[in-house]
Design a protein. Structure first.
Length: 159
């Protein structure tokens, strides 16, 4: 991988898992020829340091272009009213996916979906613009307090 390019981290070694418990199909997909496909996407700099960009399964493909949800979430977190955000792909008949975000506001803060879209639009490339934003009271989290992205769904009128 060349400096600046993004690719999947693939590892091997004696300390790497041998497979998924009682799930040979998942093992066959993840562990190939002794190498474990982590699902983490990273870029490498000129000094050989790796920077995690996002998870492969969270990647949004909009009209053939890659949108990394984490990048858009980081921009949303810069808005003073945003407590948390989860960016996700929304199926689209023409482009494959559109970029959408569920946003939880800070207590007593106010912001409209239009305001949040404009905020992001000033900071990212046009193909990464948020097309849909919906405000939620909270975002479901797992035991490690990480947002459960699979639980983030757009309102019925966006599906």
């Amino acid at each position: 991988m060349l400096a600046g390019e993004i690719g999947e981290i693939v590892i091997r070694g004696h300390n790497v898992m041998k497979g998924y418990w009682r799930n040979p199909d998942a093992t066959a997909t993840a562990a190939i020829g002794g190498w474990l496909r982590t699902g983490d996407l990273a870029r490498v700099d000129q000094d050989g340091y790796f920077y995690i960009v996002d998870r492969k399964k969270d990647l949004i493909i909009r009209g053939g272009l890659k949108v990394y949800p984490r990048e858009i979430e980081e921009v949303l977190h810069e808005h003073p009213a945003v407590a948390e955000a989860a960016v996700t792909g929304i199926p689209d008949a023409d482009l494959g996916q559109e970029v959408g975000a569920a946003v939880q506001l800070k207590p007593a803060a106010t912001a409209t979906p239009e305001e949040l879209r404009a905020f992001v639009q000033d900071r990212v490339a046009p193909y990464k613009y948020l097309r849909h934003v919906w405000i939620v009271p909270d975002l479901l989290k797992g035991p490690t307090a990480k947002i459960l992205r699979r639980s983030v769904h757009p309102p019925q009128d966006l599906r």
